[in-house]
Ligand binder design. Structure first.
Ligand SMILES: Nc1ncnc2c1ncn2[C@@H]1O[C@H](COP(=O)(O)OP(=O)(O)OP(=O)(O)O)[C@@H](O)[C@H]1O
Length: 255
């Protein structure tokens, strides 16, 4: 197993606001880590730290692979859909040193890779559509293709199931399981119940970080991790959802 990155006693945040405090974590090839935690707990900040977008206030983040070997699928709501670019060009732009915006516009290998990823994801038919015209599920597929352009050793996904229907969510997780045979995956999600069927380990982020060494996590562990989650059981399957703010919602989700 190859160590891809290590975070040691790291604190990070924005201006004077410390969001992650004294966290440590290691990621190895073959890992499939589900990152859970409450809103504002620091999940996206952890990802930004891993991607080198924010510098730690203290402690260290050591990347043992090149940054271009990290594939990143951002939250779809952070993407400006008005940007005039077609599906195929979004995918191609995922290639490090892409020829897309240079005068050397013809890079056949790059184009072929993009086309084969679109085909693999079953979306070749929309290759020339402007991204502004796509559904949430199509958009996620396109950005997943983009994240795979460099054949990454580590794939990082920030809540990929937020704007997609249940069918696509299931398909996506199965696809990730398949991809996990070739690359490590870090998946942020609010729904530990769903992801625990697919991930190998769970990291709970709530200012602190606890990397739990399995995909099954008990209420006691979550409480000791200071992660406000509730576990309910459907038959023999442990099902966990984020603790909801209001009782009404709570009952609706506990059907
Ligand atoms: N660019 C920024 N500038 C200042 N504060 C920020 C910035 N981005 C995030 N924060 C703050 O950092 C804290 C952690 O945010 P972060 O987005 O990492 O949490 P999260 O766990 O990903 O939340 P969510 O589940 O809502 O996506 C929040 O209090 C947020 O307001």
């Amino acid at each position: 197993m190859k160590k891809l990155l290590e975070i040691k006693n790291l604190s990070a945040g924005y201006d004077n606001n410390i969001v992650l405090e004294n966290i440590s974590m290691e990621v190895f090839s073959g890992d499939f880590i589900g990152v859970i935690g409450p809103n504002g707990g620091g999940k996206t900040t952890l990802i930004k730290t891993i991607l080198g977008l924010i510098k730690p206030v203290s402690g260290e983040m050591k990347l043992h692979i090149s940054k271009t070997n990290i594939g990143y699928l951002p939250q779809v709501n952070q993407i400006d859909k008005r940007f005039p670019i077609s599906v195929i060009d979004v995918v191609r732009s995922g290639k490090a040193n892409s020829a897309l915006f240079s005068s050397f516009h013809k890079n056949t290998e790059e184009k072929e890779k993009a086309e084969s990823l679109l085909a693999e994801m079953g979306i070749s038919a929309i290759r020339n559509k402007p991204i502004g015209e796509l559904s949430g599920g199509q958009m996620q597929r396109v950005f997943l293709c983009r994240a795979l352009m460099n054949q990454p050793e580590l794939l990082v996904l920030d809540e990929p199931s937020t704007y997609v229907d249940n069918t696509f969510e299931g398909e996506l997780y199965l696809k990730l399981k398949e991809l996990n045979e070739q690359m490590a995956i870090i998946l942020i999600s609010h729904d530990v119940g769903t992801i625990s069927f697919f991930v190998k380990t769970i990291a709970c982020v709530n200012r602190s970080l606890h990397h739990h060494p399995s995909n099954i996590i008990t209420e006691e562990q979550l409480t000791s991790y200071n992660c406000p989650l509730q576990i309910i059981t459907h038959g023999n399957i442990p099902h966990t959802v984020l603790k909801l703010h209001d009782e009404h919602d709570h009952h609706e989700h506990n059907h």
